[in-house]
Ligand binder design. Structure first.
Ligand SMILES: [Zn+2]
Ligand SMILES: [Zn+2]
Length: 369
């Protein structure tokens, strides 16, 4: 077993005071937190453990004195051992399970209402996702859609600190302000050392003295909000509109998240859309197709009167310029294409006589009834 120089690990002289040691430790622990070194996590974890180990010894006057004399610290006796509370055999499984449970088992829980978790790091609020339904006409013209939703805002009583005004924060009772818990277990299989984020203070080292009663210590309260969402003309189905700062409040002075509104355009069975153009179909009688007629064509915004000239063939397509979908930004609209279907009903007796007359005039061969 190699002997480590704990002073060197913490970067402090042998004459360092407890205050110096604590300061150095807190700085290093932040610097070498494995989460901050995703690219060389293994190395950071090693360093992190070393720092913990060094601090555990040097912060304890008795252990430090022993270390100064002998250059190492022997096994610390007393208290429950790992095997006392865990049946051998399941030891590995259990050891790597929920450490906060294990901690509670060994030392009893110290969680109190005042020891509730709090954080000092500013965190941005969560984004909120909502959706609105609009008609095709709304999508073409654009529309201001009123929207009501609940979100978290900064608590007005504690101004987001989570602490009752007038009370402060105190050093976390479980981790002593370090933000991490270090556990060392000696077992038949060897020494297990584990460090993890303090479950009481969430790694921040502080807890509030007295919770704000309005927000229960969270620093945020739920509030109903009414806004108007401006849906631009030409919006696509499924478009997501971002409303900056419309999400939940952050914690500890963090920014608000954003609100994302997904626009759903209700399908209109009369129209088919291809890009900026719209397609629709109308049906007229063959007599109308032959003689010509005036029809009302449905458009997304109402009806348009269109003249169908005499002798119009089935499946003829008319183009109504500028009645399609607008382009977002320019507002330039596509066209509406109208396909004419011609219906040929079975004639009545009387109609038949008229049609026969036409057939004779044109010399068309038709079946007699
Ligand atoms: Zn509050
Ligand atoms: Zn803590």
């Amino acid at each position: 077993m190699t002997r480590k120089d704990y002073y060197e690990i913490l970067g402090v002289p042998r004459t360092a005071t407890q205050e110096d040691i604590k300061r150095a430790y807190r700085k290093l622990v932040k610097e070498w937190h494995p989460d901050r070194h995703p690219e060389n996590r293994k190395e950071a974890e090693e360093r992190f453990k070393e720092i913990q180990e060094a601090y555990e010894v040097l912060s304890d006057p008795q252990k430090r004195a022993q270390y100064d004399r002998f250059g190492y610290v022997g096994e610390t006796g007393g208290g429950a051992t790992w095997q006392d509370v865990h049946a051998p055999g399941s030891i590995f499984e259990d050891f790597f399970g929920d450490f906060s449970d294990i901690f509670d088992m060994f030392f009893g829980t110290s969680r109190t209402s005042a020891g509730r978790r709090t954080t000092t790091r500013a965190r941005r609020g969560e984004d909120i996702e909502l959706s609105i339904n609009i008609t095709l006409e709304d999508a073409i013209r654009g529309r201001n859609v009123p929207l009501e939703y609940d979100r978290y805002v900064v608590c007005s009583r504690c101004n987001g600190t989570g602490a009752e005004p007038g009370t402060g924060r105190r050093t976390c009772p479980r981790c002593g302000g370090t933000g991490v818990i270090r556990e060392e277990k000696r077992t038949f299989f060897g020494l297990f050392v584990n460090t993890y984020t303090c479950p009481v203070c969430g790694g921040e080292g502080y807890v509030v003295e007295q919770e704000c009663p309005k927000c229960g210590g969270s620093g945020r309260v739920k509030e109903r909000r009414r806004i108007t969402v401006k849906v631009p003309p030409g919006v696509e189905d499924g478009a997501r509109l971002r409303i900056k700062g419309g999400g939940n409040a952050g914690t500890n002075g963090g920014d608000y998240g954003d609100l994302y509104v997904t626009v759903r355009i209700a399908p209109d069975p009369r129209f088919e859309r291809k890009g900026r153009d719209l397609f629709t179909t109308i049906t007229i009688d063959h007599v109308q197709a032959a003689l010509g007629t005036t029809v009302q064509i449905p458009t997304p915004e109402g009806y348009e009167t269109v003249k169908i000239p005499p002798g119009t063939q089935p499946d003829t397509v008319f183009k109504l310029k500028g009645l399609g979908f607008p382009e977002v930004g320019t507002g330039r609209r596509g066209d509406l294409f109208v396909k004419v279907k011609v219906e040929i009903p079975r004639p009545s007796k009387r109609e038949r006589r008229i049609l026969m007359e036409i057939a004779q005039r044109r010399g068309l061969k038709v079946d007699e009834e």
